[in-house]
Design a protein around this ligand. Structure first.
Ligand code: SF4
Length: 487
C-alpha cells in the first residue's frame, strides 16, 4: 500500500547510549528497591484489572472485536488516513505528515515559533518521547512542561519513563518528595511524602503553567476517520487543561492510532480503561474536532507520524504490533518486566510490547536483544485487550534477527555452527543414541541433580541458570527395556 511517504525511514525508538538488554537487566536485578517498587505497583494494578475484567461476561467478544477493527483499519490505512486528513481540514484544522522523528520535531518547533511562544504544556504522550520532542524543543530554546503527575516526576528528576502508563513506577513516595524539594520552584520546604501533599504541590506548580501557556502539545489515543475527531483519555484532568486552555494545539499521532468510526470507539473505550488503570471508565475522555470559534484552541495542527510504522506494516506477521492501544496490561503481567523494570529495555516502549514494537520501528538490528527479553510464558497474550499474539511475534522477530545477522556475516556464528552440528547428530538415530550415551559424562560433574558450570560455549547457559544432570537411563533405553525387552 502507499501512504504517499516513499521510502519512509525507520524510527528512533532505541535510546541513545542504552546498554543491550542482558547488560542493563543484570544491573537492574541488583537494585532491590527498584524490584520492591515494581512488584508492589504491578501486583496492585493486576488485581484491579482482573476484578473489572471479570465483571464483563462478553470480555472475550470485546477483545475479538478490538482485534478485528484494528486488522481492518490497517488493511485500509491509506484510505482512512486520507479521510481523516479531509475531515480535519474541513473543520478548520491543519494536517502535516512526518516521515520520521526529525521531520516531526522540525514541524512542531516551526509551529511553536510561529506563535512567538517559548513554552508549551504537554499532555502525557509516548509518541513525543519516541521522537525525542522535548530535547528537540530545548535545542530550539522552547521549554516543554510535562503536566501528567508521573511525567512531571520523571522530568523534574532528569529521569526516563519506565512504564507506559505509570512512567514513574520505579519511584516511591520518599524519592518523589526529594525530587520535588530539590527541583520544584516555590515548593513548601515542609513537604511530606503523603499522596495528598505531593499531588497538592504538583497541582500548585502546574496551575501557573496551564494559565500562562499559549501552546499545548498532545498525542492521541484514537483518531476517528469519519469525522476527523481526536480523542485523549486520562485520569488527572491535566490533559483537559492542555487541550482547552492554550490558543494553539499541536497533536502528534502515530498513523496506527486511527479507527474508522464512532461505533469502533465504543469498543476501545471499554477495553482500554479496564486494561490500563483497572477502571470501568477513565475519569477524563476529551474529544475535539477541528476548531470551534470562541471555544478552545483557535489553531489546531495534527502531525501524522510514520517513523518506522509503514516498515512494520510491510511485515505480514509483525504488523500485529501496530494494533497496540498502549494499555500496558502486558507489562503488568510480565515476569521479566516485573523484575527488571522499563529502563533495562533501552527503548521508549518497554515490556512485552516494547520487545516486539521497538525492533520493528528501528529495524531489528538496532534493538536486537529485545525479542529475547522474554520467557515466552504467554501471559502478555492472555492480558492483551486486542489479542496481539506477542509470543509468536517474539519468535518471528528472533528468526528475522538470526536471518539478517547471517546475511551480514561472512563466517557462520558459533550458534549457527552448534545448530548445524545438532542437526547432523539428530539426523541419524545411531549418532543421536551415541550422543546421548556420551552426555552421561555430565553425571560426574553434577551435584544434587544439577549441573552448575559447563565449559564454553555451554557456559553461556550455566552462567545464568543451572541444568539438570543427564538421567542414568535414556528414553530409548527405557523403551527397549519396558517394551521390546519384554516382547
Ligand atoms: S500489546 Fe496489548 S497489552 Fe500490551 S500495551 Fe499494547 S494493547 Fe496493551
Amino acid at each position: 500500500m502507499s501512504l504517499g511517504i516513499p521510502n519512509a525511514p525507520r524510527g528512533a525508538g532505541h535510546l541513545r547510549g542504552a546498554e543491550p538488554f542482558p547488560v542493563a537487566a543484570r544491573a537492574a536485578l541488583a537494585n532491590t528497591q527498584l524490584r520492591r517498587n515494581l512488584g508492589k505497583a504491578t501486583a496492585t494494578i493486576r488485581a484491579k484489572r482482573a476484578a473489572v475484567v471479570a465483571e464483563l461476561p462478553d470480555w472475550e467478544e470485546l477483545r475479538a472485536a478490538g482485534e478485528a477493527i484494528k486488522q481492518h483499519t490497517l488493511a485500509h490505512l491509506d484510505r482512512y488516513l486520507e479521510q481523516l486528513e479531509r475531515e480535519v481540514t474541513a473543520r478548520g484544522g491543519t494536517v502535516h505528515w512526518a516521515r520520521d522523528s526529525y521531520e516531526a520535531g522540525r514541524l512542531v518547533t516551526g509551529l511553536i515559533r510561529e506563535t512567538g511562544a517559548t513554552e508549551a504544556v504537554k499532555v502525557k504522550s509516548i509518541v513525543t518521547d519516541e521522537i525525542g520532542l522535548n530535547e528537540a524543543l530545548a535545542q530550539a530554546g522552547i521549554t516543554a512542561h510535562e503536566t501528567d503527575l508521573a511525567e512531571l516526576i520523571v522530568q523534574l528528576g532528569h529521569d526516563r519513563p519506565s512504564h507506559i502508563l505509570v512512567p514513574a513506577i520505579h519511584r516511591n513516595r520518599a524519592e518523589i518528595r526529594e525530587i520535588f524539594l530539590r527541583e520544584m520552584a516555590g515548593v513548601d520546604p515542609g513537604l511530606t511524602d503523603t499522596p495528598t501533599a505531593l499531588t497538592e504541590a504538583a497541582r500548585r506548580y502546574l496551575r501557573r503553567r496551564f494559565l500562562s501557556a499559549r501552546v499545548g502539545i498532545s498525542g492521541a489515543n484514537f483518531a476517528i476517520a469519519e469525522t476527523g475527531t481526536l480523542c485523549v483519555v486520562e485520569s488527572e484532568g491535566n490533559g483537559r487543561m492542555c487541550l482547552t486552555l492554550p490558543e494553539t494545539l499541536i497533536t502528534v499521532m502515530g498513523i496506527e492510532k486511527l479507527i474508522p468510526s464512532w461505533r469502533d470507539l465504543e469498543v476501545f473505550l471499554q477495553l482500554l480503561p479496564r486494561s490500563s488503570t483497572g477502571e470501568r471508565m477513565n475519569p477524563y475522555t476529551s474529544m475535539w474536532t477541528g476548531v470551534t470559534p470562541g471555544d478552545g484552541p483557535q489553531r489546531f495542527h495534527l502531525i501524522l507520524l510514520d517513523n518506522g510504522r509503514t516498515a512494520a506494516l510491510a511485515d505480514p506477521v509483525g504488523r500485529q504490533a501496530l494494533h497496540c492501544i498502549r494499555c500496558s496490561a502486558c507489562l503488568n503481567v510480565c515476569p521479566v518486566y516485573e523484575r527488571v523494570g522499563g529502563h533495562a529495555y533501552g527503548s521508549v516502549y518497554p515490556g512485552p510490547i516494547g520487545a516486539v514494537l521497538s525492533p520493528q520501528l528501528t529495524g531489528v538490528e538496532d534493538n536486537a536483544s529485545l525479542p529475547y527479553a522474554s520467557s515466552l510464558c504467554g501471559a502478555c497474550y492472555d492480558a492483551c485487550p486486542v489479542r496481539i499474539d506477542i509470543p509468536s511475534l517474539l519468535v518471528h522477530l528472533r528468526a528475522r534477527h538470526v536471518e539478517e545477522a547471517a546475511d551480514d556475516r561472512r563466517l557462520p556464528s558459533a550458534e549457527a555452527v552448534m545448530m548445524a552440528a545438532a542437526s547432523w547428530v539428530m539426523a541419524s538415530p545411531a549418532r543421536y543414541a551415541a550422543a546421548q550415551r556420551t552426555s552421561r559424562v555430565g553425571r560426574v560433574l553434577g551435584r544434587r541433580g544439577r549441573l552448575r558450570r559447563l565449559p564454553p560455549p555451554l557456559s553461556a547457559w550455566t552462567t545464568a541458570r543451572d541444568a539438570p544432570v543427564p538421567p542414568a537411563q535414556t528414553f530409548r533405553e527405557w523403551w527397549v527395556h519396558e517394551h521390546e525387552g519384554q516382547a
